[in-house]
Design a protein around this ligand. Sequence first.
Ligand SMILES: CSC[C@H]1O[C@@H](n2cnc3c(O)ncnc32)[C@H](O)[C@@H]1O
Ligand SMILES: [Zn+2]
Length: 658
Amino acid sequence: MEKVDVLLTNALVLTMDQALSQYESGAVAVRGDSIVAVGPQETLQAQYTASQVIDCGGKTLMPGLINAHTHVPMTLLRGLADDLRLDVWLMGYMMPVEREFVSPEFVRLGTQMACAEMIRSGVTCFADMYYFEEDVAKATADAGMRALCAESVLKFPSPDADSYEEGLAIARDFIQRWKGHPLIVPSIAPHAAYTCTPEILRAAAELAAEFDVPLHTHISETAGEVANMREENGMPVVPYMKKCGLFEAKVLAAHCVHVDEGEIRTMQHLGAGVAHNPSSNLKLASGFAPVQRMLELGLNVGIGTDGPASNNDLDMFEEVRLAAFVAKCVTNDPTALPAQTALLMATRQGAQAMHMDDITGSLEPGKRADLILVDNRRIHNAPFFRRDPNAAYAQIVYASKATDVSDVMINGQWVMRGRELLTLNEEEILAASMEYARQIDAFLTAREQSVLAKLIAIGGATEEESFEVQAKVPISNEQPILQALLHNPQIEILRKRHYREYDTYFLFNDVEQGRLRIREDHFVDDQGKIDHVRSRLTHVGVSSEFNFPSGVLLSRSRFLAPATQSIRFYREYFRPDEVMEIEKDRLRYLVRFQDTEFFINIDTLIQPSTGKFLEVKSRTWSRKDAEQKSTLAAELISLLGASPNNTISRDYVELLKP
Ligand SMILES: CSC[C@H]1O[C@@H](n2cnc3c(O)ncnc32)[C@H](O)[C@@H]1O
Ligand SMILES: [Zn+2]
């Protein structure tokens, strides 16, 4: 008789091995961290003596579930911002809060919380991607869980790295220190094509290949991501990633919602794995990945929850069921993604997608003892049938719940026995998480009260208080003005620009909030063609005005930021009370008149169609200077043949507001 540490008997054993072997009165023998044998109970009882023999009481004994994509510390952000589109959710809420709160302490607590939730729901291994990943790894290993832990790298500063070079150095250090750990596979995560440069993608792949560790990333999560990629690089995301050398590494690609047949074939050919995240993709309305086709083409597809702030839980039972249901619905075929395939994706195939199937994902001799017991005799999942071997998978996928998991062993160690967590203190974790929630609530409440604070939170805004003299006169025809401008020897033309200006104004009932303008200038060349486009976002504070003869001094704060997002993003993020759009054709001259620089704008209002205006503007620095410039502005208006008596002091948005 051979000696083992644990012999689990009297179980319905679902091995999830290549042959999908099942043993109705089955047993599993464990020695140290590994499975020694799996088979019929009588066979194993005749062959092994064990220090601990456990009668499983007829429960289902199966490999632990594998969560193939998540961001575990985001448990602390669960429920923070919901019912939003991905870009607004991510850039408007998650990233600003992460910049403020994410620290080693934050990720440790969030990881403990996630591990408690995942162990309770039968997850033994997960693929993570976050900041301070070394602290994620420590907390995971302390909880006794197995994980692929990927340190993130982005092109902009992140909570743990001021630059991507620093991010890459942190990732290298982390991988070097943790490679070979019994529970943790260290890895690197260039976040996504849209948050990384080609240099980052290439360097990350080289690093992963150098250490022979997987690389974890997001690919083609939304249609918008793919459309932008096509516009900027003339190809979809997978060929772009390939061009950047990403697939030189063993890739785990989360989402892949908007990939075409060619991209699926490329990923399969290059040995990449996919993590399918149905809840997150449905909740953020990103779409549904072509999972059925991926499987037909031989791609390894695992199932993930994604972060608990976009799901909003880490329940793999729900995720597996959803994957099966939605695949049936989108293919209009109830035979699509049957229960055994869905469960395979959450076990062995998930491990394959993570490039970890040599150690976990099925109950087979030589693999680590990562296993769970599921109570299959409760009122909601009883009775059960054994005529068709698929019934056992169907029971788990369609009827069982996370709370049916009673016992969890990882790497040969029990982490839950009889529904009692052995490595984590849930009460302490809960109390600490509530304290974070209180602080984050206070931070966001303050921010949400101010449009300007919201603008600064999404980054890139710089303040510039400006004072300007401005005078505007309606004109009926620009030709005489242009003639006067071009031929008057007193006026020296320094520069000329011609552009179509598209302004979108966000107005707020509370005028103290100021207003936002998203301005897109389409520059027109001498042939009348659009030359280039410039987008800017300006927050204009409440202005104070001083009237001078024939001019107005406006004083107001302006925050300028590059408009890197779509107008739709800004509308959903700022939620203005009113939106106004103004389109004009502008001839803009920078001139010198009496040793003073002025801008002369000859504007044709196209939308709303309200005629033509001559506008004279100049920056100013003091009241005295403003007074002088307003007098000069009036003279300029007269010289150009318009009447200074008709001067209007208001901005277009005020002028045109119905
Ligand atoms: C750099 S990894 C963590 C980073 O990713 C953000 N994140 C969480 N879920 C998603 C998702 O579905 N798509 C893109 N980015 C996501 C998270 O907030 C972190 O900033
Ligand atoms: Zn993700």
